[in-house]
Each structure stands twice: as C-alpha cells, then as structure tokens.
Design a protein around this ligand. Structure first.
Ligand SMILES: *Cc1c(COP(=O)(O)O)cnc(C)c1O
Length: 469
C-alpha cells in the first residue's frame, strides 16, 4: 500500500472506541482519557506514515489489534500512580529512597478517620473555640521525653532552621568542627544553619574538641551552644568530643542555652536489644539540654516530621515565629505521629507494632524461618535460577547507626540463562517493583525487610519473569 491509501485506511477514533477491549475500559477510566489516548496513538501511526517514503512503507500494514493493545497498555500506564508501593528486599530498614520509616498498620483507622473526615485539628471541642494543632501531640511527647514543651515541624532540617532562627538570628552559635554533618542528597546541616541567619562559630579540630574550645569562643554575641549527633558517621581513633552534660554546665555558667540536634531521635535504648547505643531524647533532656530536635521518621518509626522538645519558654517563642507557618505540618502527619507515639506508652507493644523497631530487633530465628519459606518457594518454582540460602548483614539506614551490621539471612539468586542485572531489572520493573541488591553477580533478597505475603509475591514474580522467556 502506498502512503495515500495507508492514510485513508487509518482507523477513526469512534471505530477504536467501539472495540470490545477498549469499550470495557470506559467503566474504569474517564472517557476523555481514553479518547485522548486513542487519538494520540493514531496520530503516532499517521506521523510514522507521513515521515516515511513509499519505498519505506512497502509491507507496512495497519494492524488494528496491535494498535488497540498499545492503547490499552498506554491507558493503564497513565492511570497508575507514580508514587506507589514497592517491596524492599534490600534489608536496609530505614531506606531513604524507599520512604524511610513505615507507618504501623495498627494506626490505619486513626489515619483514615482524620484524613477523610473533618477533625479537631485546630478546634477545641471542650469550649467550641479555636485550638492549637500542636496540642494533640505536646502532652504525649513531653511524657515520653521528660521535656517541658514540644512542637512539630516538617522535618528535622526544618527544626534546625526554626530553632536557630528563633534563638540565634544574627547571633553566634558555637559548634564543634567534628559535628558539621552532611545528610543525604547533599544537604548539609551547617548550610541549613546558615540559612537560619545564625552565625556559626566552629570550634576545635575535626577529631578533637575540648570543653575549653567552646568556652574560649563564647563572647557577647553567643546565643547558643550547639551539639550535633554525628548520626551517619563515626570519628574513630584519636578523638574527643564533649558530652552534652558538660556543655549544659558551661551554658549555665554563661547563661547560654544548649541545643542538641540528636538526629535519629530514638525513644528507646537500643543497646538493651543488642544494637549500637544511640543517645535517647529522654537522656538528652535529663542531662539538661535546653532544646533537642530529632526526626519523626528515622528510629522513631513515625511519619516525616521534625520534633522539637525543650524548655517551655523557647518552645513558646518558636510557636510564635513567623517561619513556623511555613514549616507547619498537615493533619496527616499529626494523626500519624500521635498514634505512633501512643504505641510507645508500652515499650513491648511499641517493639512489636512499630515496623522500624520490629525489623531492627527481630530475632534471628524468625528471620531464618522467613528466609527458608522464601527459599523453599523459589527452589520449587524457579527452574532456571540456582537458589541458595546464605548468611549476611542488613543495615539500619536513614543515617542511623552507620557501623551496625545486623546479622540476617539472604536468599541468593544465580540465574543461569540471564545476567543477575537482567533479573534485577525484571524484579524492579514488576507490577509491584521488587527492589534488591546485586553482589558478586547474584541477586540477593534480604528477608529482614519483607513481610510474609511479600515473600509469596516474590515467588510468583520470579515465576512470571521466567515464563516470559
Ligand atoms: C537526619 C538528620 C537531620 C535531618 O533530618 P530530616 O528529618 O531528614 O530533615 C538533621 N540532623 C541530623 C544530625 C540528622 O541525622
């Protein structure tokens, strides 16, 4: 067929709309989406014909069924969410790229109740007047941390910005050179601090900072002493840093507040569970820090948030800062945070029901059992892959406990007919993407971060991927 007759033979939009496979989609998707998709795909074919010479078009046919197929795939793709669930088989518990902390399924009802209905967000039902959105979490945060006051902003970076802007704008903040942390995505704590309008006075050396380094740099202009928990790295060897307790004593002598950015913000002493000791918020407050800030979605295991606790006078001043309006969080965050914090009222209950805590402290026997179920399922179903069960390590992630190696069990996949990279791509491109690591030309599945039903899903995914070849 030549160009002209091919063009004349292009199907009409209506014709495709009446196609059986397209027609059923009208119930599911907006008609305009379907019509636009059909028009777009027909246009693609038209352009292809127009841009080719008659010679190039020898043997070219318009295949309506293929076109319909393309359209169906396209419509379905247009209608899948971009932000969607994945399966984390990397074993990195707080995987920043995969959404960091998981919200407990225990609090789903509280979440939907507040998200899909009107709520008491800024309404005091006892007197029918306007209330404060911070009131819902302030008491429980104070109870769990021993602080006098508390407030919540968008994340811990926002907390740093707000704290320093409130107490130290155009004034000096004394901080150790060894604590100028860079967090993921090349954001640097010192840059955030500079944005607050505070002037950083860096003291000491990278490996050692003494109490006298702080003291020698206190002057008229000093508005705060800052301690940053170096959550995502450790300086080892010939080192010295000053404990918050000593800084508080120094601050008291000069009447200067001490602010600790504690990063991960755990409420639980992880050393009890055999993990690296991480400073707890309770301890920092007990040692006398005037202000402490931390993330809601690192070791705390809640929603993304920055939690600020400390002396009431500073907290009240922060609530009045105009920046607070720009950094304030939504009802979804408040409800998720309040409900997560309530789980902490009983530590044992928190360990079982907050996914982050659970995944970090899960006992090796349970991990092994889960790994064996995945191993057995794959061994039985994967014909072209050599499956083995091996011991390995998982990571905490989220810039917490950087040196911790959590013993785990891995299911190792060695595909015989394709490369490990191709298998990894297949898993990553699956309907629910399965994210895993490759090491030594093998695909590794760490079951620490997998739920039981995700293990059976992985088995069916691998079966389907094998079937495609
Ligand atoms: C992670 C971290 C931050 C940033 O917290 P976000 O909640 O990610 O904004 C700030 N300071 C320290 C010490 C951290 O570890």
């Amino acid at each position: 067929m030549n160009k002209r007759s091919l063009l004349a033979n292009l199907p009409k939009v209506d014709e495709i709309l009446n196609n059986e496979r397209i027609n059923v989609l009208i119930e599911e998707f907006p008609r305009s989406t379907i019509v636009d998709s059909i028009r777009g795909k027909i246009d693609e074919v038209r352009k292809r014909i127009l841009n080719s010479t008659d010679d190039e078009l020898v043997g070219f046919e318009i295949k309506v069924e293929e076109l319909v197929n393309d359209i169906v795939v396209y419509i379905e793709k247009m209608n899948t969410m971009s932000l969607k669930r994945v399966i984390n088989a990397t074993g990195v518990v707080l995987h920043t790229n995969l959404g960091r902390a998981l919200i407990s399924e225990r609090i789903l009802k509280e979440l939907t109740d507040v998200a899909c209905n009107y709520s008491t967000l800024e309404f005091d039902v006892s007197n029918g007047k306007r209330g404060s959105r911070y009131s819902h979490v302030e008491d429980i945060i104070c109870k769990l941390t021993g602080a006098e006051g508390a407030m919540v902003v968008n994340n811990n970076a926002a907390a740093v910005l707000l704290v320093l802007n409130t107490i130290a704008r155009e004034k000096e903040v004394v901080v150790s050179r060894g604590e100028l942390v860079e967090i993921g995505g090349s954001f640097r704590v010192p840059e955030v601090m500079a944005q607050s309008g505070a002037i950083l006075r860096e003291v000491g050396a990278t490996n050692k900072t003494h109490l006298y380094d702080y003291e020698n740099n206190i002057c008229e202009e000093t508005a705060a002493i800052l301690k940053v928990h170096t959550s995502n790295y450790k300086i080892l060897g010939f080192t010295k840093d000053v404990d918050v307790e000593e800084l508080v004593e120094l601050g008291n002598r000069y009447d200067i507040p001490v602010y600790e950015d504690i990063g991960s913000g755990t409420l639980i002493d992880f050393s009890k569970y055999g993990l690296t000791y991480e400073p707890t918020v309770l301890e920092s407050i007990a040692k006398g820090a005037d202000i402490v800030s931390f993330s809601g979605d690192k070791l705390l295991g809640g929603p993304q948030a920055g939690i600020i606790v400390g002396r009431k006078k500073y907290i009240e001043k922060m609530k009045r800062n105009q920046l607070t309006r720009a950094l304030r969080v939504d009802k979804m965050t408040f409800v998720a945070l309040e409900a997560t914090l309530r789980l902490y009222l009983d530590e044992k209950f928190a360990m079982e029901n907050i996914p982050t805590l659970n995944m970090l402290t899960i006992d090796p026997e349970t991990i092994k059992k889960r790994a064996e179920i995945l191993f057995d399922g794959l061994k039985e179903n994967a014909n072209t892959i050599e499956v083995t069960l091996v011991e390995g390590f998982s990571q905490v992630g989220g810039g917490a406990m950087p040196l911790e190696e959590l013993p785990t069990y891995l299911v190792s996949l060695n595909p015989k007919t394709i490369s490990a990279k191709k298998l990894e791509e297949g898993l990553r491109g699956y309907s629910i993407p399965i994210i895993c690591r490759i090491s030594d030309n093998k695909v590794l599945l760490d079951v620490r971060t997998l739920k039981d039903e995700e293990c059976s899903f992985i088995v069916s995914a691998i079966k389907a991927i094998e079937g495609r070849r």
